[in-house]
Design a protein around this ligand. Structure first.
Ligand code: ZN
Length: 501
């Protein structure tokens, strides 16, 4: 029995090694690779991903998995072994339906599409990206086809990021959330209370931005001995093992929040990955429970901690000292209001908490329309601009600030966006629980102490990695299904106070 499991773990480990080697190449592509490296890199990624996939779906692996299942059936369902088998079994059934050729073609396509997107975004030229996106979407339709019959063509794509979640459930949650968020944004606009955020657009030396970011995330508990930070156009976190969790960031010398909050955000993802139990190394459980659960962690550190008053009561004097010319005449309360200013805006990653989910809902509807063919890729920029007008009352001046702003579609991540909004909701469900169990949390944050918060997250969320399905994990920890109520309570309380509603 022991032997069965060791054999299964070794075969699984080799698949994960191949996948993580590909992840190193992707990280390199986005950080240091010269532009001319795109073609050979696409081939390398295609080969590695095809090998990993072919090994994983091979009958030999299937046989080892069957034996491990027999062993796991006699174990505690909460044990690592049982969790690994559950997770791998689900993934095995999914991957077996995907032909290896599709995997290789998808890896090559998205590798080139990512490169094309970068150029298209830099030049605000959708036409340059369009043929690549057409291919990506066509591959997504093929992918959904591998899982027919389904309730909704979007279900198989959503399931990649949010195991067990259905399109209908997301529609229900968003259906409750949207009118209330739209109403809150309307009330804030109508109240007309001016919040001055001009100081955020002063000059902020990039190196100093980098330094304060490093200082804060070190205080959070991000371990630089088991990670590193680099610069990319689109910040991300990538995990090569529990001992190697890397983040990237970007800085705008004329806008402080851009770099600062993306650093905090990615550190939130990285804290999750660094906290996964070491016994889960070389397994898919390293990826965490789901993208929404991952996002609950990043948004928690970015917003619930990083945009809170106690947090800035602690860090603001330090920030002011670093940037005396930009912030010398600004008190902490004005700064707090500025970083929480509610404004209908064009760019998702820079949106405030009150409008953020509207950006997500727009993308969710567009993805569904692209998949069910009610929208063609060539008509995408107009469709985007129309929805922006409808949801946020704005029209992007160019496609770089519109449909080209996000990297996701170029990477084939269709079905991913809803996890951001779901992550916001989970973050607040967890936060209410944490506040009830750590009554002096705010005072700890005010002292720059995050140890107890991180321990709570490690104990309840991080260490399990992908051992439990997201809905199961959220229920275990909070006693509830994924719901928007705590999030709406939070928004009403925070913005009600700032805008005197
Ligand atoms: Zn994130």
């Amino acid at each position: 029995m022991e032997h069965n499991f060791a054999h299964f773990r070794e075969m699984l480990g080799e698949v994960i090694d191949l996948q993580l080697a590909a992840a190193v190449l992707e990280w390199d592509q986005q950080t240091y690779m010269p532009e001319a490296g795109a073609q050979p890199r696409a081939m390398q990624l295609g080969t590695l991903m095809r090998l990993a996939h072919a090994r994983f779906v091979h009958d030999d692996f299937g046989a080892a998995l069957e034996q491990a299942k027999t062993s796991a059936a006699q174990m505690d369902p909460d044990s690592d072994e049982a969790g690994i088998v559950r997770n791998v079994q689900r993934e095995f059934q999914r991957q077996r339906r995907i032909p290896s050729d599709w995997v290789a073609e998808d890896a090559r396509t998205t590798s080139l599409a990512r490169q094309a997107w970068e150029k298209a975004r830099a030049e605000s030229d959708f036409a340059h990206f369009r043929p690549h996106l057409q291919k990506v979407i066509e591959l997504r339709r093929q992918y959904a086809g591998f899982f027919a019959p389904y309730d909704h063509v979007y279900d198989p794509l959503l399931d990649v990021y949010e195991p067990g979640m259905k399109t209908a459930q997301v529609r229900t949650v968003f259906g409750t959330l949207r009118p209330q968020q739209v109403e809150l944004v309307r009330q804030i606009a109508e109240r007309g209370l001016p919040v001055d955020a001009s100081m955020l657009h002063r000059k902020y030396a990039v190196q100093k931005q980098w330094d304060i970011g490093v200082e804060i995330i070190t205080d959070f508990g991000y371990d630089f001995k088991a990670g590193r930070q680099d610069k990319t156009a689109h910040p991300f976190t990538t995990t090569f093992g529990v001992g190697d969790v890397r983040i990237t960031t970007r800085h705008d010398p004329d806008y402080l929040p851009s770099g600062l909050f993306s650093t905090l955000h990615e550190a939130g993802h990285a804290l999750y990955a660094q906290g996964i139990g070491p016994t889960l190394d070389r397994t898919p459980l390293l990826a965490g429970a789901s993208y929404a659960v991952h996002e609950s962690q990043s948004r928690m550190w970015e917003n619930l901690v990083g945009r809170s008053r106690p947090f800035w009561n602690h860090y603001y004097p330090r920030l002011q000292k670093l940037f005396p010319r930009a912030l010398g005449d600004v008190d902490v309360e004005s700064f707090y209001r500025a970083i929480n200013k509610v404004e209908r805006s064009l760019i998702r990653v820079e949106a405030d908490e009150a409008t953020y989910n509207l950006h997500i809902m727009l993308r969710f509807e567009i993805e569904i329309a692209l998949l069910d063919r009610s929208l063609e890729v060539k008509d995408l920029p107009q469709a985007w601009n129309q929805k922006m007008q409808e949801y946020l009352g704005l029209t992007p001046p160019d496609d770089a600030q519109g449909v080209l702003q996000d990297i996701h579609w170029s990477s084939g991540y269709v079905g991913y966006f809803p996890t951001y909004a779901l992550g916001n909701l989970i973050a607040l469900q967890l936060w209410e629980k944490i506040r009830s169990e750590i009554p002096d949390l705010e005072r700890q944050i005010e002292r720059g102490e995050f140890g107890e918060l991180l321990s709570w997250l490690r104990q309840n969320i991080h260490r399990h990695g992908g051992k439990f399905e997201p809905a199961d994990l959220v229920r275990r920890v909070t006693g509830s299904a994924i719901t928007s109520e705590p999030y709406l309570r939070y928004l009403r309380s925070k913005y009600g106070e700032i805008y005197k509603l």
